[in-house]
Design a protein around this ligand. Sequence first.
Ligand SMILES: [Mg+2]
Length: 124
Amino acid sequence: MSINVLIVDDSSTMRKIVQRNLKQTGLDLGEIFQAGDGQEGLAVLNEQTVNLVLSDWNMPNMDGLGMVQAIRANEAWNHIQIIMITTEGGEAKVQEAVAAGANGYVKKPFTADDLEAELASAAA
Ligand SMILES: [Mg+2]
């Protein structure tokens, strides 16, 4: 079954990089959606079927942690896998997102292999 992915990042360049890495994985991809912050991300989730969210941490309006909390507060979104994308040294903060219900994280800069490995362990 193909998976629909939502990429959330306030940097359009970063969204492109994430999308490119995603396409280099062996994942059977369906639709790929993009959002510029947590609020936009939730709006996409309200309208589309999404299986996997790849999210930045620092974003205006609603950051990655806020979005993880909002996703996990909605039972209809229980099935959604969430992987945080963080900078070097950001692991401590990302642990908050993991505690809030994110399934894992990758550090920038990351390769398609890094992303695929994290997705495999998150799904296990
Ligand atoms: Mg950012």
